[in-house]
Write a protein that binds this ligand. Structure first.
Ligand SMILES: Nc1ncnc2c1ncn2[C@@H]1O[C@H](COP(=O)(O)OP(=O)(O)OP(=O)(O)O)[C@@H](O)[C@H]1O
Ligand SMILES: [Mg+2]
Length: 326
């Protein structure tokens, strides 16, 4: 069953410049999935999850989330989903301890008595907050406050949870515990999860499917393994060449084994040339690149092969590399 089935979602923020945050976004998500909304700052991730959680009304488009009509049943939708905002401090009472905060919220989420106490203990343990149970929220770290906010939203036992940058601001251990928890919520409790991130590795590790959001448009949406397969086929080899007033002839991709594309960008006001050779097999390409550098006696300042960054992903998603035989 589709937990999310929306189409044509468009949102424009008014104001002097009138930002179009989302442009005709279609999204379908099956029950039990973990969807990663991956995009750079300002891509529209938060706007999209606010709309899907019934907190923000789209200007155009609509559909259903958990069977609720996005436009007509927003209040009921809001009550049926959990959302953890990146500004996790919102909704935490500084006059109550960590545990008291959860005790305060439990009845609001329909939990009472021994059942509530058990659930609170369980959540404190799972989020590594046991030894902070009696501390004041302002005396725990930002990451711990974020985990407390997560615990609060999990009191509700909803089927669908939205996590807006759940590992933002957390240290390595915090990141680990949140990631483990997300996997557990999904695998053990069957929750459907939608999370936003701009860390590709996070999407890779946690998400069964990934949607790439770029300037309000979904440029790709696929199951994580197939999306990664298509993206990881290519790896960039970067060269920084100092021009020293003489032109450099950059050979086409065909000259380098396993290379599919060569991009060049002039930098430092024409003093350097950045060359990126996209390779399907870096060890096969590198010797030919080194041979070219030697033969042309190029003053190369730096040569590195790296994992793809989010910027690369969007570049490739927007303008697919030409077929090697073209
Ligand atoms: N309340 C608002 N008023 C005006 N413009 C807004 C508002 N909220 C967001 N925007 C703009 O809408 C666009 C999308 O913002 P959004 O917060 O959805 O992006 P995001 O992908 O969540 O970014 P980030 O990774 O920085 O959290 C941005 O250009 C942003 O400046
Ligand atoms: Mg955001």
């Amino acid at each position: 069953m589709a937990v999310i089935a929306v189409g044509g979602i468009t949102k424009q923020y008014r104001g002097r410049r009138g930002t179009t945050a989302l442009q005709a976004v279609d999204l379908t998500l099956a029950e039990g999935a973990v969807l990663g909304l991956l995009g750079q700052n300002g891509a529209g991730k938060t706007t999209l999850i606010k709309i899907l959680a019934g907190l923000l009304r789209p200007d155009a488009g609509g559909g259903h989330v958990l069977g609720y009509d996005l436009l007509r049943e927003a209040p009921r939708l809001r009550a049926a989903v959990s959302l953890v905002a990146p500004t996790a401090e919102v909704g935490l009472d500084n006059n109550l301890t960590v545990r008291q905060n959860l005790v305060f919220w439990a009845p609001i989420y329909g939990l009472y008595g021994a059942h509530a106490r058990r659930r609170i203990d369980e959540l404190l343990a799972r989020l590594g907050l046991e030894d902070k149970a009696n501390a004041w929220p302002m005396h725990i770290s930002a990451g711990q406050r974020q985990r407390l906010a997560l615990a609060r939203s999990l009191l509700a036992e909803n089927r669908l949870i939205f996590l807006d940058e759940p590992t933002n601001k957390l240290d390595a251990e915090g990141v680990r515990s949140v990631r483990t928890l997300v996997a557990e919520l999904n695998q053990r409790h069957g929750m459907t999860v939608v999370l936003t991130t701009h860390v590709m590795e996070e999407a890779e590790e946690l998400c069964t499917e990934v949607a790439l959001l770029h300037r309000g448009v979904v440029v790709a949406h696929d199951e994580t393994p197939s999306l990664l397969r298509s993206l990881h086929q290519e790896r960039p080899i970067d060269l920084d060449i100092m021009l020293r007033g003489r032109p450099v002839h950059v050979p086409p991709a065909e000259v380098f084994p396993a290379a599919v594309r060569v991009d060049t960008v002039l930098g430092d006001q024409g003093a350097t040339l950045a060359v990126t050779i996209w390779s399907r097999d870096v060890p096969a390409t590198t010797p030919a690149v080194v041979a070219w550098i030697r033969e042309a006696q190029l003053p190369v300042r730096r040569m590195t092969s790296r994992r793809m960054t989010l910027e690369d992903v969007f570049q490739l998603a927007r303008e697919p590399a030409p077929e090697p035989d073209q």
